[in-house]
Ligand binder design. Structure first.
Ligand code: TXA
Ligand code: MG
Length: 330
């Protein structure tokens, strides 16, 4: 279950020779490679099937290592790191010249984060070098919150998977840009208001307009990774509001394979339909969300029906963001 010291040293050897290692963090598992090794970073893009226009974030052991990948470690960045690192906050700043262009998809900025997980930190301190670390899933698919999820996506000869058990947080880091005005690019456990309180100036929130627009075909994405369809199961999936469920389940098209309903309300669901009951607490919900989507998908239903989360601020907004993308039409 837990990763032993020999595993960590084997992982460090792999990384030193340009290999790829999946590592646990408090949010989701990351697909790690030496950020300064272009060939290794290219391999991460290939293994994930990730479009070259979507930049990778860089994991660091702390502020000292962060100063090696950004052009300038600003006072605001230092204050945010003091408040939230190690933890689920990725800070976007102008990049240092030495960071290979492939890492940032040719863009002028880089995202850095210090993960709050003993295995990830042991790896970073042991290697002494920053690691790129996108979520360890195939591009567009459901993020991995357990080592087993990672092993389902990659062959052992391609990726050494460090075991760390289920991820504590279960939802990817908040991404905040300090490159020009402060703004949240991806919602997460840490809210814009908490960031604003630390840096003492307003922090813009994502507008969500990107959901309606297609991704550009060239150049780095304007709000990278915020593609309309993402975190998505293979089965068709859609959100529902509680009162609409009975009518949805009567659809004759669902009579054979049935629907899987993911809901926190515990509505009545009878065969051939199945219910995955979710907690009402947003932290517990986030912890179980990706595993629930995977479980639903594995049942190969006619459709996955996901109850629309409460319209509450904070973590529920981050959860809603992921679920809207997971259920966005292909
Ligand atoms: O919690 C996390 O952030 C996890 C764990 C493994 O650390 N990592 C993760 O990486 O979620 P990824 O690649 O799946 O998502 C990173 C997000 C993407 O939406 C990407 O487009 C965005 O951050 N991003 C990366 N570099 C950026 C940059 N320079 N400017 C703006 N957005 C950036
Ligand atoms: Mg991802």
């Amino acid at each position: 279950m837990t990763t032993s010291i020999p595993d960590i040293s084997a992982a460090i050897d792999r990384l030193r020779t340009g290999g790829v290692v999946a590592f646990p963090t408090e949010t989701v598992y990351g697909l790690g490679a030496d950020a300064f090794n272009q060939a290794a970073v290219r391999r991460v893009f290939q293994l994930k099937g990730r479009p070259a226009i979507n930049p990778l974030i860089v994991h660091v052991s702390g502020p000292e290592m962060a100063t090696r990948v950004v052009a300038e470690w600003t006072d605001d960045a230092a204050a945010l790191a003091r408040a939230f690192w190690p933890g689920p906050l990725t800070i976007v700043l102008p990049k240092a010249d030495r960071v290979p262009a492939i890492v940032t998809a040719g863009g002028p900025t880089v995202g850095v984060r210090c993960p709050d997980h003993p295995v990830a930190l042991a790896l970073l301190f042991g290697l002494g070098s920053p690691l790129v670390g996108p979520s360890a899933n195939l591009s567009g698919q459901i993020s991995p919150t357990d080592a087993e999820h990672v092993r389902q996506s990659f062959r052992p000869e391609d990726v050494l998977v460090l075991e760390g058990g289920p991820c504590r947080t279960g939802i990817e880091s908040t991404v905040v840009s300090l490159a020009d005005r402060a703004r949240v690019l991806r919602r997460g456990m840490i809210a814009a208001g908490e960031i604003a309180a630390v840096i003492g100036r307003p922090v813009a929130e994502p507008s969500d307009v990107g959901l309606a627009t297609a991704a550009p075909s060239t150049g780095p994405l304007p709000s990278p990774g915020q593609l309309p369809r993402h975190y998505a199961p293979r089965s068709p999936a859609r959100l529902f509001d509680s009162p609409d469920l009975p009518a949805l389940l009567r659809d004759p098209a669902l009579a054979q394979r049935g629907a899987v309903v993911i809901a926190y309300d515990g509505p009545p669901v009878t065969p051939p339909h199945r219910l995955i009951r979710m907690p009402r607490d947003p932290q517990d919900y986030a912890y179980q969300m990706y595993a629930a989507l995977r479980e639903a998908d594995a049942l190969k239903p006619a459709i996955i029906l996901v109850q629309r989360p409460p319209r509450d601020p904070g973590l529920w907004e981050a959860i809603s963001d992921r679920l809207r993308r997971a259920t966005s039409p292909a």
